[in-house]
Design a protein around this ligand. Structure first.
Ligand SMILES: Cc1ncc(COP(=O)(O)O)c(C=O)c1O
Length: 411
């Protein structure tokens, strides 16, 4: 069996590699150029939101939003556990306090009942995460948030193209942010979009954006290199670990960058944060944005194969709420044997995903610094230990999906 990989810039196709080579060859337009406005206005029209700003990552988009609100040290920002450290970190950087809400184990999104229990007079902001592309229970969450006058931010890092009651995810809250990171719905290796119809917030964001510098050219080069390095290493990733070693070597040599820096695991703010999204990455993102619908249609076909063929006596699958469109960035299943199965699959050349194997991913983050008490979110704790994500990206054929199902059902 050849390598089947869930991660490693999985959306990259040959035209993306050519695009990246073309951009690499034109370093004078890496920072500023026409693709910034091209991507910004295409995204703005697509989402139908008035104000859109582009930063170099989703976490910077969230940070810019929190800064635009002028939060004080006693202010609380509510977010779900079963998330990535890239969500609580910007809360800490803004000077506010993260408060973690437990999840609904059926949807892997925030549990409205636990939200109600944890709101206090200091609660100011609610972050609604649409985990793995599955729309959250917006009806309930928005109702509670409005009752308590919370500023609502939709975390759409996984949910570009998802819908709730026929409307695009990202158009429900007071503001929303998206990610075009390496493993996201569309990818420019690093990148983020923040969108709002709130005029006051937009004015503050415009100031923050204007003051934000461009990333260094060496950082931009690392992201462009990533497209090539990941493409070269994927085919041999599991062939005596050759590709894996080459990828690690490129990281160590600084040819490519990490997706999460070590300091972020302890609440630190890496140097690249709060920079404008450079033209080079906008060009990659715009190119992938044209393929959004075909990517998401493909994900839906693969997700159907999993849903229809997995042995449901062995695996628990996620529920999509009625009248919602889940784009299945990854198809997450739950099993008490998740870790054992991941290891076994790896030996057969199937690299399954490990998103949220801890309640705040990745493994090894400092819960104390992040203000997280594991006893406050028992369902997120239990779910993370059982999580196994299956790939749905454009590089996964229907035959691959059936191979994965066969392997899992035989386990
Ligand atoms: C749920 C969620 N929100 C936000 C982010 C931050 O996005 P980015 O990696 O573009 O900073 C991530 C990152 O993986 C994420 O998983």
């Amino acid at each position: 069996m050849r390598s089947i990989i869930t991660s490693l810039s999985p959306n990259t196709q040959s035209d993306d590699v050519l695009k990246s080579l073309k951009v690499l060859g034109n370093p004078f337009s890496w920072l500023q150029g026409p693709s910034q406005e091209k991507f910004r206005s295409a995204f703005r029209n697509w989402l139908g939101v008035e104000n859109v700003f582009l930063f170099e990552s989703g976490r910077s988009c969230l940070y810019s939003l929190l800064l635009s609100l002028g939060l004080k040290s006693e202010d609380q920002v509510l977010l779900q556990a079963y998330t990535c450290v890239a969500v609580p970190d910007p809360i800490l950087w803004s000077g506010a306090k993260p408060v973690y809400i437990d999840i609904n184990t059926e949807t892997l999104n925030m549990d409205p009942k636990d939200l109600k229990r944890k709101i206090t007079s200091h609660s100011k902001v609610l972050i609604i995460q649409h985990t793995f592309g599955n729309p959250a229970d917006l009806e309930e969450l928005l109702k509670i948030a409005r009752q308590h006058k919370l500023f609502i931010i939709e975390d759409c890092a996984h949910a570009l193209g998802s819908e709730f009651q026929g409307r695009k995810i990202g158009s429900f809250g007071d503001a929303a942010f998206f990610s075009t990171g390496r493993d996201k719905v569309i990818s420019s290796v690093f990148g983020g979009v923040v969108a709002t119809n709130n005029r006051g917030v937009a004015a503050n964001l415009a100031r923050i954006y204007k003051d934000a510098p461009y990333p260094s050219v060496s950082w931009v080069a690392q992201q462009l290199n990533h497209v090539l390095v990941s493409t070269l290493t994927k085919p041999s990733y599991n062939f005596f670990n050759f590709g894996k070693a080459l990828f690690s070597l490129s990281l160590k040599a600084g040819i490519i960058s990490r997706s999460v820096y070590p300091e972020e695991k302890v609440g630190g703010k890496p140097n690249f944060v709060l920079h404008k999204m450079p033209n080079a990455l906008c060009e990659l993102a715009f190119h992938q944005f044209q393929k959004l619908e075909s990517f998401n249609n493909h994900r839906s076909i693969i997700a159907n194969i999993y849903e229809e063929n997995l042995d449901l006596t062995k695996y628990k699958i996620t529920k999509t709420l009625g009248d919602s469109k889940n784009i299945f960035l990854r198809y997450t299943i739950l099993t008490p044997k998740a870790e054992e199965i991941r290891t076994k699959a790896n030996q057969l050349g199937i690299v399954l995903g490990d998103w949220y194997t801890t309640a705040i991913a990745p493994n090894g983050v400092d819960y104390k610094i992040l203000g997280y008490d594991p006893s406050s979110c028992p369902k997120a704790e239990n779910t993370s230990k059982q999580s196994l994500n299956l790939p749905t990206h454009i590089g996964i054929s229907e035959k691959n999906a059936r191979e994965i199902v066969r392997f899992l059902n035989d386990c």
